[in-house]
Ligand binder design. Structure first.
Ligand code: HEM
Length: 442
């Protein structure tokens, strides 16, 4: 994938400058990796690699132009509503008590269905056949071997997961389910652009496993780590519960039962500590490296010094390094400090924390799913933290598992070993017995 010698950038201001540069491109990496990741037909690869003309922009350019608007405003709200309906149903299914043998796998299955429902609508094949949840994650775990061209014999799971999910998506796209009204605008836009450029429905399906992959692979581990950090600290749990109470209304239903309604649009305005804990969680687990190819000689600058980057070479933008640099964050950089982002403004006077924080990348490829991820992750965590005591399976306070380092293909770290297997016990809090959950986006 990497062309030749790569420049490594890890200073915050240079990262900003690099992410803004029009001469650094991500397209060559997408083109190279698509063939390996999605097992595409040569005719599709030819379309993906065709340069644009004045009359007809290249497919990737058209995509980039349409991408961001299709996950904002009413399109974002539509996706969020669908995901939150699913999440509320899953939390209501817990009832009064529940033991997850693996907290991570439980969160993974709830959120994979919620996310794919919000993207694919009522004909979501992953919901129709939940065995595809694990198969999608087998593909996710196989991305690095697939990218490295390791044969199926040595790394079968990634190949098998890919084949199963792509087969289900082929039926979905060949039946044109993406054209139905309850499908996310982003999903519709992507398939529309692929068809416009002559890519078949089967090949669209093969490509779109990649979209499902980016939609689940970072948000779901983030939610797991956030829950672990919060549940591991009784004091933090108590403070976040106070904030959540302010955005929750308790109704008595006709049946006499009580319902808690969380206003999902109020996290930013009314739950500063919860939001800060979310941002700090991402800072801790994001070991992202962003790759770009230098299309022509160009310079980047930190305001004081300029650096020449030679065309044809690659750059590795080490965002994760910047997230863990004491020069940016202070001497407690390695600790989880839930309040860290509460003091962003004061800290900025001394250091550069906001400018050192790029978990969603930046510039043209700023993650279009970042607002959805925010609503979904805080939405999943909120009723669990507010309504339940979350403990280890032995009844002791949950411990945050060891955070490892991620692979080059991951933006955030996933739990491994003991962390992956860590169970959790959810017990309805005293006073919350019988309460069910719903969300609004008022
Ligand atoms: C905590 C959660 C998430 C994190 C940390 C994250 C991070 C990122 C990063 C770092 C990139 C850009 C990589 C680069 O510049 O090379 C990216 C791109 C992308 N993300 Fe996310 N993401 C998250 C959630 C999501 C979700 C939930 C969705 C969709 C529902 C999504 C959809 C995308 C897409 C489509 C791209 C490609 C954008 C492009 O090609 O310009 N992401 N994400």
């Amino acid at each position: 994938m990497i062309n030749n010698k790569a420049y490594v950038i890890n200073s915050p201001l240079l990262i900003q400058s690099a992410l803004r540069s029009k001469d650094l491109s991500y397209d060559p990496f997408i083109q190279d990796s698509s063939e390996k990741l999605f097992a595409l037909d040569p005719s599709t690869m030819k379309i993906l690699k065709t340069p644009g003309t004045l009359e007809k922009p290249a497919l990737m350019d058209e995509f980039n132009r349409e991408m961001h608007g299709s996950m904002l405003g009413e399109h974002l709200d539509k996706m969020t509503r669908v995901a939150l309906l699913d999440i509320a149903a899953s939390v209501n299914e817990i009832g009064e008590a529940f033991e997850a043998k693996s907290l991570y796998r439980w969160v993974r299955s709830v959120m994979t269905i919620a996310t794919t429902d919000s993207l694919l609508g009522s004909h979501n094949p992953i919901k129709a056949d939940p065995s595809l949840v694990d198969l999608l994650w087998d593909y996710e775990g196989g991305v690095t071997p697939l990218l490295m061209g390791i044969p199926k014999y040595w790394a079968p799971k990634g190949y098998e997961g890919r084949a199963a999910v792509q087969a289900a998506l082929i039926k979905y796209y060949e039946a044109k389910h993406d054209l139905e009204p309850d499908v996310a605008e982003m999903t519709k836009m992507r398939a529309k652009v692929f068809r416009k450029y002559g890519i078949t429905d089967a090949e669209t399906a093969r490509l779109e496993i990649g979209f499902l992959h980016v939609a689940v692979s970072n948000a779901i581990p983030t939610c797991f780590w956030l829950l672990s950090f919060v549940a591991s600290s009784p004091a933090l749990t108590a403070s976040i519960r106070d904030e959540l109470m302010a955005i929750t209304t308790i109704n008595t239903l006709d049946t006499g039962k009580r319902e808690a309604v969380i206003d999902n649009s109020k996290f930013l305005s009314d739950c500063p500590l919860f939001v800060s804990a979310y941002r700090e969680t991402i800072r801790q687990i994001s070991s992202l490296v962003i790759f770009r190819r230098i299309m022509q000689d160009t310079t980047i600058s930190d305001g004081n010094s300029s650096y020449l980057l030679k065309g044809g070479k690659d750059v590795a933008i080490a965002v994760g390094v910047s997230h863990m640099n004491p020069a940016n964050w202070g001497s407690n950089v390695a600790q989880f400090d839930a309040e860290r982002f509460l003091h962003e403004k004061e800290m900025e006077k001394e250091r550069v924390p906001t400018k050192a924080y790029f978990p969603f990348s930046g510039g043209k490829h700023l993650c279009p799913g970042m607002h959805f991820a925010f609503s979904e992750i805080l939405g999943t965590s909120a009723p669990l933290v507010l309504g339940f005591d979350i403990e280890g399976t032995d009844g002791t306070t949950l411990k945050v598992p060891k955070i490892g380092r991620s692979t080059m293909a991951e933006a955030v770290t996933k739990p491994e070993g003991e962390g992956l297997e860590m169970g959790a016990k959810f017990t309805k809090r005293k006073g919350w017995e019988g309460v069910t959950w719903r969300f609004t986006l008022a």
